[in-house]
Design a protein around this ligand. Structure first.
Ligand code: ADP
Ligand code: MG
Length: 647
């Protein structure tokens, strides 16, 4: 265990010790200033990476949170007389609260609109800092003295060590967070927000919490920034800084703590890089060489398209020649940043750390941790006794898309414990019906009752929480997550430990138990051996089965399978039948949309046939098969003729 930790965390521990010992070795105020700034930017960029990397949103507000945190910390010292700990707490809280306040409206927006909302927030906050002169001193700036901690005043090295300790704590908290259900949720909501909600994990809540957390780190960094420089001006936190911060995250590498650290180092070193001619030429020449080697190799091996190989080479050549032609590189700051950013975005989309990580993982192969022993399936999915209760009732349900009456007044009830078939020609409204039940679409009118209680309308998340789980006609797996993590994400009632404790690393036991439960479900669908395989690397059949295991992890009252056999070859189709039989044995009610009549006949207790958004027949598979109205409906659509014949 200790060996494993040292192996995995060795570099981190070594790096920390090295950084901590530098003030002993070098007595240089300038170097110490750079190191302090490195730790502050490290915290800031880890926070920014939560939104930009993990949530995949362009966040232009982090510089503003740095400023707000800085002023909040400074003012809580000068006005309230708080000490270091209290003031940093206020800084962090300011980031957290304002972050949450911004996130609630902004995260309902997508992509460019979200970016614009964060940009407006930045503009607003710098204006307030500028104009509220009685409090902030406006453009004149605000001077402050560094507060003490428990009566202990900080000298420069002492303050650096404090910053370093805080960076280490933030680093560990992030590690723990990412290793928990939160980390899985962040990955999942980028892959498929629809499936995340449908598994009862609220995309919106996780986004808001993630954004607020990232902003709180911005606030904390702000507090440290204030006590480092002891002088604040609103102009320091404007758009210019934001571009540099984004450059840091992208250059360092998104979704990586090391990436944030390298990004911070780059930001701190860039001004020096530009003022030192020799260094600048050295770095730009190295950049060019790297671009030629990496691009040329990829191009020769045909793994990199010509543009992707060539563009960074051209950008870096411009930088090298520019270095000779231009008198003062500092005047060309923005152009230089732009060229570097362009070269990295095109040539190294995963950033420097992403690029390095690929080689490092080849060097240090660390075996994956051994998996837990699967739980007993009955502990995960208790056998529920079947009775004659009606589980789901639809009353005159409709859903129109403009003029298309996709579901046009469906009334039916589904008995507890049944496998209830839903069949009908293509376009008859089957998927729309289950999309309305599961909350993907709100109904146009009508009622949906689960055990007599109305189901929430138009919210996948709320319906999932009420006990309805589903698979999708077009697979919606979390491709970047392993099979095991796909199931663990959806596991209901498994994660109860609150966020602060998760960050302290106290959720490991809970996670281990969840893993055991998820393995039992993977075992049910025959995928236990592939637990660590990325979902996108599984065979098509295995992906279908994984989606069923994931839906079962929600421990549903009602399971909806939308054409699970579509595209399956015969052996897999036979396996599917066995899986659904096993699910039925556990007393779980299933709605099965299916085209293959032999599968329907083998599995379904009752079959409802719909056509044109209306129920045209209901009964056992044998009854509906012979129903002339049903035969007419299928014969009317030439494409579906062979299906009914295949029975
Ligand atoms: P099925 O699953 O039975 O093949 P669907 O429920 O997918 O049928 O489709 C029923 C009808 O509703 C089709 O005419 C389809 O074009 C239409 N439809 C389904 N979803 C949408 C949507 N999101 N927007 C507009 N029309 C839709
Ligand atoms: Mg369909």
């Amino acid at each position: 265990m200790i060996k494993r930790i040292l192996l995995l965390r060795g570099t981190e521990i070594l790096c920390l010790l090295l950084l901590a010992s530098i003030p002993f070795a070098i007595d240089n105020a300038y170097v110490l200033g750079l190191l302090t700034l490195l730790t502050i930017y490290g915290i800031l960029l880890i926070g920014l990476d939560v939104t930009v990397g993990y949530l995949g949103q362009v966040n232009l507000a982090q510089a503003a949170f740095l400023g707000l945190g800085a002023y909040a910390g400074a003012l809580s010292v000068s006005l309230l007389g708080l000490d270091m700990l209290g003031a940093l707490g206020v800084s962090m809280l300011t980031g957290l609260l304002l972050g949450a306040l911004l996130a609630f409206p902004a995260l309902r927006l997508e992509g460019p609109q979200f970016a614009l909302a964060t940009l407006s927030f930045s503009a607003l906050s710098t204006t307030v800092l500028n104009e509220w002169e009685s409090l902030t001193g406006g453009a004149q700036g605000l001077s402050l003295t560094r507060p003490a901690l428990f009566g202990h005043a900080f000298n420069a090295p002492g303050f650096y060590w404090l910053c370093l300790i805080l960076l280490a704590l933030v680093w560990m908290a992030m590690r723990n967070l990412l290793a928990s259900q939160w980390g899985r949720a962040f990955e999942a909501l980028r892959d498929s927000p629809i499936a995340t909600d449908a598994m009862g994990v609220s995309t919106f809540r996780h986004k808001v919490a993630g954004f607020a957390f990232g902003s709180s780190l911005g606030g904390l960094a702000g507090g440290l920034y204030a006590f480092n420089f002891q002088y604040l001006q609103p102009q320091s936190f404007t758009y210019d800084l934001m571009v540099i911060l984004l450059l840091g995250v992208v250059l360092g590498g998104r979704k990586s703590l090391w990436g944030a650290f390298f990004g911070a180092a780059l930001i701190v070193l860039l001004p020096n890089l530009l003022s030192n001619r020799l260094l600048f030429e050295l770095i730009s020449a190295t950049g060019l060489l790297l671009a030629i080697i990496a691009g040329g190799r990829g191009w020769l091996k045909k793994t990199t398209p010509a543009f992707q190989a060539l563009a960074p080479i051209i950008a870096m050549s411009l930088l090298v020649t520019g270095g000779y032609l231009v008198e003062n590189t500092e005047n060309w700051r923005k152009a230089i940043f732009a060229l570097m950013l362009f070269a990295v975005v095109v040539g190294l989309p995963d950033g420097i750390m992403g690029f390095a990580a690929r080689y490092l993982t080849r060097l240090f192969r660390i075996a994956p941790a051994t998996l837990a022993k699967p739980s007993n399936l009955t502990d995960v999915l208790p056998l529920s006794p079947s009775d004659d209760q009606v589980l789901l009732e639809l009353k005159n349900l409709t859903r129109y898309f403009g003029g298309v009456k996709a579901v046009d007044g469906i009334s039916m009830s589904i008995q507890k414990g049944h496998v209830h078939g839903l069949i009908g020609p293509n376009g008859s409204g089957k998927s729309t019906a289950v999309n309305v039940i599961s909350g993907l679409y709100a109904p146009t009118s009508g009622e949906i009752l689960l055990l007599g209680h109305p189901l929430p309308h138009g919210s996948l998340f709320k319906v999932a929480r009420s006990g309805v789980s589903r698979t999708f006609q077009n697979l919606q797996l979390f491709g970047e997550l392993s099979a095991l993590n796909n199931v663990m994400l959806a596991l209901k009632d498994a994660y109860r430990i609150p966020l602060p404790m998760v960050m302290l690393g106290l959720a490991k036991k809970e996670d281990h138990r969840a893993q055991a439960d998820a393995l039992a479900l993977l075992n049910l669908v025959g995928l236990k051996e592939q637990a660590n395989v990325h979902a996108r690397d599984l065979t098509y059949g295995a992906q279908r089965f994984l989606e069923i295991a994931r839906a079962l992890a929600c421990k549903p009252e009602l399971l909806i399978l939308d054409e699970p056999a579509a595209g399956l070859a015969h052996p897999d189709a036979a396996k599917l039948v066995l899986i659904i039989k096993a699910i039925r044995q556990r007393g779980i009610t299933t709605i099965l949309i299916e085209h293959h009549m032999n599968i329907v006949s083998e599995l379904c207790d009752v079959v409802t046939v719909i056509d044109g958004g209306r129920v045209i027949a209901q009964g056992t598979a044998n009854e509906v098969k012979r129903d002339p109205i049903v035969i007419q409906a299928y014969l009317g659509v030439a494409d579906d003729e062979p299906v009914i014949a295949s029975s």
